[in-house]
Every structure is written in structure tokens, then in C-alpha cells.
Write a protein that binds this ligand. Structure first.
Ligand code: AMP
Ligand code: GLY
Length: 425
């Protein structure tokens, strides 16, 4: 069967890599893809939100399955687009409906949903420009730190943790009055700060049945010891030692099952991945956010641990058969380091030739922001450039392997964190 993967990051390269291993996949296309996906699949130069062109390509090239990597096309309704055209209806889309994607597309929607279905999360209130004065009053009476979240998609930048009232009111003003996050910030969720350690949990679900995928811990800050600016993610570890069977059972009972119950009660169709960003607060899981897709770089750490054929999982998803799947997971630890352009997440350069990739053994290199020049050199083409993943019998072994590999992959000003996993050892 021919498959079209939508997106261009390390996550999509990992999806293509895993689907390539299936005996059921024939041609794999990635739109738009990167230099890594070009090595194992065929890149197609179509933007992730150009539904018409994607649909035309899918029919012209006999694509039977579309796997959507990033949130933007999901929130814009790519699944609904395919369902609303007769000639596209038989194509299996992995990714929720527009309504389901609101779990990520609107923080206010997801907070209301969690409150309604009693899913543990931080206490909150939502404000718009019209209630700016009430929002200020609310902030005056709030404990600190406090968390402000732009309601809509803001490419991971819409969250501010403010230490003081002055800081919080400055950001509130920026979001509600100055349009700092455009339309995404026209509503602001103000919520209680949760103290704990974060992890990412994932399920694949048809809205009723689900399989729990391996969890991962992601390292979001640019600097070592979790200092500095937030990024898309600088590395990941899976499994997460503190997410033991008892903790994950709490996640399933208190979060996953009530979430699916809520989706069913609200009649929201959901066929795809659900990423649950959790805070472990003294052994209890609290939901920080839902994402309606896999995480990046978490995908690069969890897919190498899944032994089950991913295509078969997707087929079971569409056949209503997920309940009969027993996921096979490698007990090894996967560690991922993201190599990034110097300067990221602020300004950075692109277009530098990357060397050392051919020397790598025992690690997988998932490309993120890369491209090829006419000579076939791999060039840096984004902030996050290459994710390296190693598996080991212990976290220490996996970390030693991935750190050794990271040293070998070089371009001008490349940077990476040498302390991934530091808090889990
Ligand atoms: P989000 O975009 O919702 O993932 O938020 C970005 C980051 O802000 C999260 O990964 C957390 O580190 C932090 N964060 C969000 N909400 C809270 C909260 N209620 N308490 C503490 N930290 C939070
Ligand atoms: N690594 C976090 C995310 O994909 O949102």
C-alpha cells in the first residue's frame, strides 16, 4: 500500500523509517520531507496545509493512507477535508478531526474539557480582551509563579511562566492588547503553576479503543541543566524511570479513560495519536496539555522501541481493532540528542554542509531541518537539524553511545546538550 506522510521534521523521518520496515508498505511519500526522508522515501514538494494539492497527489499516486505529523494541518481540518470528498473517503487518515484537534488548537477548549470530565489539571480561568480588568484582578489575587497561555496555536511559544504580578500583567497586556501571538493570544488561559517533573505519554486511539505507547521525557530548554529559552525539544529519553507501572496505571485510569469517555460523550471523532503532556506532582499525574499528534523529539525515541509493525497498528486503528493489539515494546532504553544550529531558538544560520553522518554506527540519524544540494551534500536547513537516537541495555549505555555519535556530526556552529537524561540518573 502507498502511504503519504505529511510534515518535514525528525518525527516524520522517524515515521517514514518505521513504516519503511513494514512488509505492507510499498511507496512512501513525504510532503514536503527533508534530506533524510529523501533517502528512504520520495519527497513531494507540497505544503502541509495545501489540502487540495495533497488530495490530488494522493489520488494520482494511489495513496491509501495519509499519516499527519504536525498539528497545523489537523487543526485546519485535513481529516475533515478527506472525509468530505467522496473520491477521498476511502483513504485512511491517521490524525483526528478538526473538532478533536481542538484539544490542542484551543487551550480554553481543552481546559473546559478536562474540567467537565474531571481530568486532573491545574486550576485555571480564561479571559479575553473584554475582561482585561478582571484578568488583572485575578492575577493580583493569584499565587506565584503563575502560568499564562495563549489560547491558540503559537508554535510552542505561547506559554509564559511569570514570577511576579508585574511580569504577569506585562504578558497579559502583550497577549490581549498588543496581539503578541496574533489571534492565538486573543484569549488567555491563566493557570496555577504545577511543581513537579514532566513527561510525555502517548496513545493511538480510534476514540474508543487505544494502545498505550512508550512514554518519554523531553528536554525543552536550550541550555544544560534545563536553563535558558524554550525550544521545540533538545533531546528525549524513553522509558522514563519514574513512570513505573503504578504511575502509568494512574495515567490510564485518571487521564486516558476519562479523556476517551469525554470524546465519546461529546461525539467528537478521533482517529490518531494523542500526546498527553503530564506533570508528575508527588506521584500523581496532572495534564499540562494535550497535543493531537506525536511529539518531536519524543517520536525519535519511542518509535525505535516499538517492535510491532506500525502499518498494522494504523490498519487496526481504522478497522476498530486496536483492542486486540498487544504492543511489543523493546525493554531497552532509547536516548535522543537533537543537534541544532548555533543561535537557535533565536536567529541562526542555514546552509552549512554537515559532515560525519557517514561515520555513524549503532545510532539512527533522523533528519529534521536538512536539505540536499546539487552535489548531494546534506545541508543544515532549520533550527533543529538532526536527531540522533541510540538504544542501550541501560540509560547510561544508550547515553554514552548517543553522546559519542553527536561529537562526530559537525557543521559550523552546531550545538547540542551534553546532559540529556541528567535528572533521571
Ligand atoms: P505547553 O506549551 O502547554 O507545553 O507549555 C510549555 C511548558 O510550560 C510546559 O512544557 C511546561 O514546562 C510549562 N508549563 C505549562 N503549564 C504549566 C503549569 N501549569 N505548571 C508548570 N509548568 C507549566
Ligand atoms: N516535544 C514537544 C512537542 O512535540 O510538542
Amino acid at each position: 500500500m502507498n502511504v503519504l506522510i505529511i510534515g518535514s521534521g525528525g518525527r516524520e523521518h522517524a515515521l517514514a523509517w518505521k513504516l519503511r520496515q513494514s512488509q505492507y508498505t510499498d511507496k512512501i511519500f513525504v510532503a514536503p520531507g527533508n534530506a533524510g526522508t529523501a533517502q528512504i522515501a520520495t519527497n513531494v514538494d507540497i505544503a502541509v496545509t495545501d489540502f487540495e494539492a495533497l488530495a490530488k497527489f494522493a489520488t494520482d499516486f494511489n495513496v491509501m493512507m495519509v499519516v499527519v505529523g504536525p498539528e497545523v494541518p489537523l487543526v485546519a481540518g485535513i481529516h475533515d477535508y478527506f472525509l468530505s470528498h467522496d473520491y477521498l473517503k476511502n483513504i485512511l487518515v491517521v490524525g483526528p478531526s478538526k473538532e478533536g484537534a481542538q484539544l490542542e488548537g484551543s487551550k480554553d477548549f481543552s481546559k473546559q474539557f478536562m474540567q467537565k470530565y474531571q481530568i486532573p489539571t491545574a486550576r485555571y480561568q480564561t479571559f479575553t480582551e473584554a475582561d482585561f480588568e478582571q484578568a488583572l484582578e485575578y492575577l493580583k489575587g493569584h499565587s506565584y509563579p503563575v502560568v499564562l497561555k495563549a489560547d491558540g496555536l503559537a508554535a510552542g511559544k505561547g506559554v509564559v511562566i511569570a514570577q511576579t504580578f508585574e511580569e504577569a500583567s506585562y504578558h497579559l497586556d502583550g497577549m490581549l492588547h498588543l496581539g503578541r501571538f496574533g489571534n492565538a493570544g486573543s484569549k488567555v488561559v491563566i493557570e496555577e503553576y504545577l511543581q513537579g517533573i514532566e513527561l510525555s505519554a502517548f496513545i493511538l486511539t480510534d476514540g474508543k479503543e487505544y494502545v498505550l505507547l512508550p512514554e518519554a521525557k523531553d528536554y525543552k530548554r536550550i541550555g544544560e541543566a534545563d536553563a535558558g529559552l524554550n525550544t521545540g525539544g533538545m533531546g528525549a529519553v524513553s522509558p522514563v524511570p519514574f513512570a513505573d507501572a503504578s504511575f502509568m496505571q494512574k495515567v490510564e485510569e485518571r487521564v486516558v479513560k476519562p479523556t476517551l469517555h469525554g470524546l465519546q460523550t461529546e461525539n467528537i471523532s478521533y482517529t490518531g495519536f494523542l500526546f498527553i503532556g503530564l506533570m508528575n506532582v508527588n506521584g500523581d499525574p496532572y495534564v499540562i496539555e494535550y497535543n493531537v499528534r506525536l511529539g518531536d523529539p519524543e517520536t525519535e525515541a519511542i518509535l525505535p522501541r516499538i517492535k510491532t509493525d506500525l502499518f498494522e497498528l494504523f490498519r487496526a486503528l481504522h478497522d476498530g481493532d486496536l483492542g486486540n493489539i498487544k504492543l511489543e515494546i523493546d525493554s531497552k532504553t532509547a536516548t535522543t540528542i537533537m543537534l541544532v544550529a548555533g543561535g537557535y531558538p533565536d536567529e541562526y544560520e542555514k546552509g552549512h554542509v554537515i559532515s560525519g553522518l557517514e561515520q555513524l554506527t549503532d545510532v539512527v540519524a533522523f533528519h529534521a531541518g536538512t536539505s540536499l544540494n546539487e552535489q548531494g551534500d546534506v545541508l543544515s536547513n532549520g533550527g533543529r537539524v538532526i536527531a540522533l537516537t541510540a538504544l542501550g541495555d541501560s540509560m547510561a549505555e544508550a547515553l554514552a553511545a548517543v553522546n559519542a555519535a553527536a561529537e562526530k556530526v559537525i557543521w559550523k556552529d552546531r550545538y547540542y546538550r551534553r546532559d540529556i537524561g541528567f535528572d533521571l540518573k
